[in-house]
Design a protein. Structure first.
Length: 390
């Protein structure tokens, strides 16, 4: 381990040198089964041959171009991404570098849409308690968890939090006179893998439509096939005004995207927004491979099946430490009723990489390419950890 990095992460005692599929290898040559996918980023695993080939070939042709111009690969990526999201009513995209940047772009669109149509004062963005939308000052302002706010105020004004699942609070919180948009995660990742109910999403969509408040889905973690549909919002049969993506969209190359529906596709004008690295050709090349692989009904169905296999196996354990199992597809949370962070190092010692979420939840975000035998192997290792076996 090195001490040259700022002390921003509680890092576990391992340093990796290479990966293949769902396996990582450390500096000592030990192999680890990866149930994290780089926090959902390496959706096609490590060293995927098509991703490697696409990045290498693109690097030999063009790895960056000023956004005064366009590149052929970025156009192809954008067109395929919009087509993949068309079932959710998406018409245009802005390409960025990260989830936080994508969420900031969505908030800017919501505020400009409302300002131009209704005038000043209708700029509030409503989010849910327990939400996580990023670590910039503005996306921290949108994040409904106090622990992320400590020491960083004052924050960007104009954000309000309401409790998830509370229909009365939803109705009261979406004040037509002051609110521009509702930013919501179909499954809250950082607070413990908390899915929103279909009834709640349906009510939110109706209220937003009736009051001309933009419905905005943050799918940074739950999008790009993670829950078994390409966009998580598709499972709720709603068509958001804005969707944000990042993480798995380019299989490990930094990327973010703001996807706009009919209401919002033309809100941004020249000079309103920008991103030096947005639409980077390397990210675009990798992203095309992701779209070609993941946006396939058979592939998506298999993601859902694998998630059901994991949940069924965990329920069959009937282990006393398991309090609840939540999530969908390959975005799952296992509530163990005790601090989950203490389990991560024990799992590491067994050769298993897992995540925590919230306080008491173990989080599973394995690569989509994980096999049934690798799922079983990982769960066997976890069972040893939870049973205290050496």
């Amino acid at each position: 381990m090195t001490d040259v990095f700022m002390n921003t992460y509680h890092r576990l005692p391992v340093t990796f040198t290479q990966g293949q599929g769902v396996w990582l290898t450390d500096t000592q040559g030990k192999r680890y089964l990866d149930f994290t996918a780089g926090l959902g980023v390496n959706c096609l695993g490590h060293g995927h041959p098509k991703v490697v080939k696409a990045i290498a070939e693109q690097a030999g042709r063009l790895n960056h171009v000023c956004n005064y111009y366009q590149s052929d690969i970025s156009i192809a990526f954008a067109e395929r991404l919009v087509a993949a999201c068309a079932p959710a009513g998406i018409q245009k995209v802005f390409l960025a570098n990260s989830g936080a940047e994508a969420n900031e772009g969505a908030c800017k669109i919501a505020r400009k849409y409302s300002l131009k149509k209704y005038g000043p004062g209708r700029h509030t963005i409503v989010t849910l308690k327990g939400s996580f939308h990023g670590r910039t000052i503005t996306t921290l302002s949108a994040t409904g968890q106090d622990k992320f706010h400590k020491d960083f105020g004052p924050f960007t004004e104009g954000f309000r939090f309401i409790p998830p699942g509370d229909l009365e609070a939803l109705d009261q919180g979406l004040d037509q006179a002051t609110v521009a948009g509702l930013l919501i995660e179909a499954i809250q990742g950082e607070s413990g893998i908390i899915p929103q109910s279909a009834a709640y999403i349906e009510a939110a969509a109706k209220i937003c439509a009736d009051r001309d408040i933009l419905l905005m889905f943050d799918e940074i973690q739950c999008g790009v096939g993670r829950t078994g549909t390409f966009l998580a919002c598709e499972a709720y049969q709603v068509k958001p005004d804005l969707v944000t993506l990042a993480k798995g969209l380019s299989a490990g190359v930094p990327v973010g995207a703001v996807l706009a529906g009919k209401k919002t596709a033309e809100v941004f004008e020249i000079g309103d927004h920008g991103s030096t690295f947005g639409g980077n050709p390397l990210a675009a090349a990798a992203g095309i491979v992701v779209l070609e692989t993941v946006n396939n009904p058979i592939f998506l169905k298999d993601i859902a099946r694998k998630g059901e296999r994991i949940q069924a196996a965990l329920r069959a354990w009937n282990h006393p430490s398991i309090k609840d199992i939540r999530g969908k597809g390959l975005m799952l949370g296992l509530d163990i009723g005790a601090p989950a962070g203490t389990i991560l190092e024990a799992a590491l010692a067994q050769g298993l990489l897992i995540l925590s979420a919230g306080t008491n939840t173990l989080r599973f975000l394995p690569p989509y390419v994980i096999t049934d035998s690798e799922i079983d192997q990982g769960l066997d290792l976890l069972k040893k950890v939870l049973s205290g076996s050496p």
